[in-house]
Structures are given as structure tokens and as C-alpha cells.
Design a binder for this molecule. Structure first.
Ligand code: FRU
Length: 490
């Protein structure tokens, strides 16, 4: 009797204990509340800009500004993830750690096929990273020269990196904001071209060996948006109907069209020395508040694939996630289009996204899948709205306002909006297309929507944090098709 009772008590104890433990255990990684299911975010801790994006040996490399000891911005490292299809990502060991020259700020990576750098050994092609060393001591001491450009290389497909002993390779001439080198091969003159953000303009440099950089020219002092500091540029050729053009991307913070950080661009010509824009208009690649530091992958041939950080410096440190903070956008194919005589960039989600479709497209009813692709096309564009909601009375409204000729995303009532005063709001973007017909693609994740209207001529990215998932959808003036998307983390 005594022992039976003892066994019973033991069973009760074990059961209670395991119930309590189950309740206490944190949600599994990638299953947490607010975890993006179809976008890259690091397993844990802080991320900002995408860095070193390069395609090599059938692998897309994504490095990113990373602070591995906390979920707010801190001493920067380069985190690393790889993908075969731009959609499923595998996190790799940290690629670059801070050192005596400083934190590892943003930059790019190139495939040095001709071994111009001399880093290649035993016939192995070096991947070379060109990044900004940011010296926090120099900054504190009031020096202007605390940002300098440095190199690191990898001979094993980006798995491990060695910093160049001769760092830095491009010394600061006395410009406080002197950073974010994007390097490309300029085949015509067999040289590398570096596009560098230098406070309120761009400076182009060139080198034959990635080490000895010579100043070529400046661009942008009197052109473009200047509401903030210029950061994270990109320069690349892009054809339209067989005619070659050059695109110069310049991220800016603050001063974006909907407040805070955003991506502007210029279309023009580049002759190896100088960039000449075709006109002087300011243009934005994404009008939403939550695409920043966006640049393109190197070594992808004629295809140009763009990826941005899905946040805004206004509130990136305060968004209500703790284990990790911030994510990247969906990769986008960008092309040039001529609309009313103007050269514009258009962005669309990469077709690889369809690889995670769960079944075919069906008419939208009232239930919204956890992640989805929503689409419509119409012969005649009129006012419309799409409301995502939950039964906590929260909603996100996406739409088109014909009178204003604007697309909009309104997150005023989308759940947690008061963690920072700039977050709450209704954001607008102009319609550039002039045809009566229109189309729309929305990429919906648990905490973000990316809008691509008129074949991507207008693009907006917005994040949100509802207290319960948005599982209802209602539409006015539009009929949508939906395709459910599978989580990339399964
Ligand atoms: C842009 C930026 C870059 C810098 C990095 C630091 O978001 O400010 O200019 O290199 O972030 O993390």
C-alpha cells in the first residue's frame, strides 16, 4: 500500500513537472510570435543592412550587419547565410569579427576570377569582401577619420575569411561619413570600380588589384534627396530594349518619402570615371517605410536581384521582438522601364518565391493564410481597398485612391504601434503607370506586406505587429486571388 501510494505520487509529480516545463519552454526558433516565415531573419539577435551579396558556385551569399550579443545595434560583425534559391536560407558561422581597426560596417563582396588581388592560391578563386572598418575609439575622440575601407578574402566558398594584412586599403581623407563600399568589375577598362557613400555625395574610386584605389569622380552634391546622410550605394549596368544604361542606387537616412530611411536611385551613364544622370528628378525604389539599405547581388549576369533590410532606423531598435530583431525583404528582380518618356525602375518578387506555393491560386474569400501571395489584374483601375484583420479589432488597410492617384498602406490600427512615435501611420506612394489597366501583387507574411503595383512600377514595404495574427481578409472594389505560401523554416 505504502509503495503503491509512493509510485502514484511519483507519477503525479512527474506529470505535473512535465506539464509545467512544457508551459515554460520558449517557442521553438522560427516559430516565435512575429517571426517572419518567408523572409530571412537571423536565428537570434540584431541585424541591419544586407552586405556582401554575391552569387558564386550556384550559391547566393547574404552577409549582413550583425550583433551576436544582443538584439539592439552594437559592435558590428558580418553574419552570413546562404541559399540555392534566394528563398530558403541557411545561417552560417559569423564571417567577420571586429578587430583592432574597428567594427565591420557595410560593404560588398566580389568574385576575383582573374586573381587581381593575388589572394588566390593553388588555383582557388578568391571571394573578396570590401567593407568599412569603423573605429569607435576614433569616433569618440572626435576624429573625422574613423571610417576606412578594408579587405578580407575567402578561398573556401565564403566559409572562412582572412583579413588582409595591409588593411585599410582606402584611408579616410577627413570625411566623417566615409563608408559602405560597393565594388564591381568594369570590364571595358579591366578595373574594379568602388562606389562609396561620402556623407552627402558619392565618390567613385578605381583599382586594378582591389588594393590601390584612385579617386575617379564625385556625384550628387546638387542632385537627389538630401534630407539625411547618404549610405549604402550600388552601381550597375542595366539594359532597356537592348540599350545600355547605368543605375546608381543611394540609400539615405533620414529623408525618405514616408519618413526615416529609404532607397533613392538615379538612371544615367557611367564611363568608368563619371556617372551622368539622364535627368535631375529624385526617385524612390520603394515608397514604404520599411525597405532600407537595399542593394543588388553581384555576379548574376544580366539579371539584377535586389534585397533590402525590412526596417527603418526610426524604430528598428524598438520593434517588439526580443530574441532577434529585424529581417530582410523578399528578393526582387529589378528592370528598367520607360513610362511617359521617363526611365523608371520596376521591382517584382523573384519567381523563385513560387517554389513555396502551397497549392494553386484561389479566389480570396474571408480567411487569410498565414503567409500568402495575393494578386489581381483589372482592365480599369478604380478605388479599392484590402483589409487584413483579426478578432482583436486590429487591421491593416492596403489600397488605391483614384483621386489622389496613390497607393497606400495604413497601419494606424494594426496592433502594437506605440513603441515609437514614428511607427503609427498611413503611407502613400504615387502611381507611375498611366494605363487604365492595372495589376497588383502583395507578398504577405505574419508581420509584413510588400506591395508591387503596375508590374512593380510602384513598390511599398511595410511591417506591422498585430496582437493576434491577421487571419481575416475583406476587399472592396477588387477581386483578388490568393496562393498560400509554406514557411521557409520547415
Ligand atoms: C546603414 C548603416 C551603414 C553602416 C551600417 C552600420 O544602415 O548606417 O551606413 O555601414 O549601417 O551598421
Amino acid at each position: 500500500m505504502k509503495t503503491k501510494c509512493g509510485v502514484l505520487m511519483l507519477i503525479v509529480f512527474i506529470t505535473l513537472n512535465s506539464i509545467c516545463k512544457a508551459q515554460e519552454s520558449p517557442p521553438k526558433t522560427y516559430k516565435e510570435q512575429y517571426r517572419p516565415q518567408i523572409h530571412f531573419s537571423p536565428k537570434e539577435h540584431w541585424t541591419n543592412d544586407p552586405n556582401g551579396m554575391v552569387y558564386f558556385n550556384h550559391t547566393y551569399h547574404l552577409f549582413y550587419q550583425y550583433y551576436p550579443k544582443g538584439s539592439t545595434w552594437g559592435p558590428m560583425h558580418w553574419g552570413h547565410a546562404t541559399s540555392a534559391d534566394l528563398i530558403h536560407w541557411k545561417e552560417r558561422p559569423i564571417a567577420l569579427y571586429p578587430d583592432s581597426l574597428g567594427y565591420i560596417f557595410s560593404g560588398s563582396a566580389v568574385v576575383d576570377s582573374n586573381n587581381t588581388s593575388g589572394f588566390g592560391k593553388k588555383g582557388k578563386t578568391p571571394l573578396v569582401a570590401i567593407f568599412t572598418h569603423h573605429d569607435p575609439k576614433g569616433e569618440k575622440e572626435g576624429s573625422d577619420k574613423f571610417q576606412n575601407q578594408s579587405l578580407a578574402y575567402s578561398l573556401d566558398n565564403g566559409n572562412t575569411w582572412t583579413k588582409y594584412k595591409g588593411n585599410p586599403v582606402l584611408r579616410n581623407p577627413g570625411i566623417k561619413d566615409f563608408r559602405d563600399p560597393k565594388v564591381m568589375w568594369y570590364a571595358k577598362e579591366k578595373k574594379w570600380v568602388m562606389t562609396l557613400a561620402t556623407k552627402d555625395h558619392i565618390t567613385f574610386y578605381s583599382a586594378s588589384d582591389l588594393k590601390n584605389w584612385k579617386k575617379e569622380s564625385k556625384f550628387g552634391l546638387e542632385i537627389g534627396a538630401h534630407g539625411g546622410v547618404w549610405e549604402c550605394p550600388d552601381l550597375f549596368p542595366l539594359k532597356l530594349d537592348g540599350k545600355p544604361y547605368w543605375v546608381l542606387i543611394v540609400n539615405i537616412n533620414p529623408g525618405g518619402p514616408n519618413g526615416g530611411s529609404a532607397t533613392q536611385y538615379f538612371v544615367g551613364q557611367f564611363d568608368g570615371n563619371k556617372f551622368t544622370p539622364v535627368d535631375t528628378k529624385t526617385r524612390w525604389l520603394d515608397y514604404g517605410p520599411d525597405e532600407y539599405a537595399g542593394i543588388t547581388w553581384g555576379n548574376t549576369g544580366a539579371r539584377k536581384i535586389f534585397l533590402g533590410w525590412m526596417s527603418n532606423w526610426q524604430y528598428a531598435n524598438q520593434v517588439p521582438t526580443e530574441k532577434w530583431r529585424n529581417a530582410m525583404t523578399i528578393p526582387r528582380d529589378i528592370t528598367l522601364k520607360k513610362v511617359n518618356g521617363e526611365l523608371l525602375l520596376a521591382s517584382v518578387p523573384v519567381p523563385e518565391l513560387k517554389g513555396i506555393a502551397s497549392g494553386g491560386a484561389t479566389a480570396v474569400k474571408t480567411k487569410l493564410p498565414a503567409q500568402s501571395l495575393l494578386k489581381m489584374s483589372t482592365a480599369s483601375l478604380n478605388d479599392y481597398s484590402i483589409t487584413l484583420s483579426n478578432d482583436a479589432g486590429e487591421e491593416l488597410v492596403i489600397g488605391y485612391d483614384k483621386k489622389a492617384n496613390q497607393y497606400y498602406i495604413d497601419r494606424t490600427k494594426a496592433g502594437k504601434v506605440d513603441f515609437q512615435h514614428d511607427f503609427k501611420g498611413r503611407f502613400v506612394a504615387p502611381r507611375f503607370a498611366t494605363a487604365k489597366a492595372s495589376d497588383l501583387t502583395l507578398v504577405i507574411d505574419g508581420t509584413s506586406v510588400e506591395l508591387f503595383a503596375d508590374n512593380g512600377l510602384t513598390t511599398m514595404t511595410t511591417i506591422f505587429f498585430p496582437n493576434k495574427p491577421f487571419y481575416h481578409i475583406t476587399t472592396k472594389g477588387i477581386s483578388l486571388k490568393q496562393t498560400a505560401l509554406k514557411s521557409i523554416w520547415k
